[in-house]
Design a protein around this ligand. Sequence first.
Ligand code: HPA
Length: 273
Amino acid sequence: MKNDKDKAVETARFLKSYIKKSPKIGLMAGTGLGASTEFLDISVSFEYEDIPHFPTSTVESHYGRLLFGDMFGEQIMAMQGRFHLYEGYSPLEVTFPIRVMQELGVKVLILSNAAGGLNPKFTAGDIMIIVDHINLTGSNPLIGPNEESWGIRFPDMIQAYDQELVEFAETAGRDEGIQLHKGIYVGLKGPSLETRAEVRFLRTIGADAVGFSTVQEVIAAVHAGIKVLGLSTITNINDPDNPTPTTVEEVIAVADKAAPRLEAIIKNVVDRI
Ligand code: HPA
């Protein structure tokens, strides 16, 4: 059986045969940004199912499409839809696209996600720059023998989210007249949403937003030496004293509405890289 390194090399080779220029920037878009293709001058696009070894997205709000294209002269690899632990994918499968990006020479990864607000100052529709995360998934994509060609055994996570990219995003917010928060994302496995007691716990441990993605990919990216920027759309507020049920329809609707602002931030950041 092929190991993950061999698979990622093979997938990268397949993709390289279709692209003229290697991407330096990877974009992994979750709920909200999935539908838009206007931010890129697309040169080639693939359905995930047509890419060797690529998992396929089972989530309704996620398109399963990989795009290569140009933004301000930069070659971008953009994933519309990601993979989650709650879909039954292993941490290695969830982070396989990151390894393909690494094999293709990506240096900067921009991740977006939909998240529940924990910070009482947040409102649904707000965008948060992720400055750090807490991994409560109980999983880690680096468990198992370390692939030395990908990174070291014990990667340092003290500055997992790149400080300069956080500053670029803050400047982008000011430039575009878009209010941005900065905060800590806590990653859970899901898919059941948080109980009131869990919301109180997550607030107590210092988290500002909660979601079911991102942390595995960020760990793999840091291991790979790829700089990370993370942006969360706060789609709902988790208030344990005033509990209101959250539906996936509401999450998608709020994320879709925020997408043009998120896109404006990402474009502005890419222009600065
Ligand atoms: N919890 C977890 N994930 C989410 C939420 C939430 O409240 N909203 C959007 N994604």
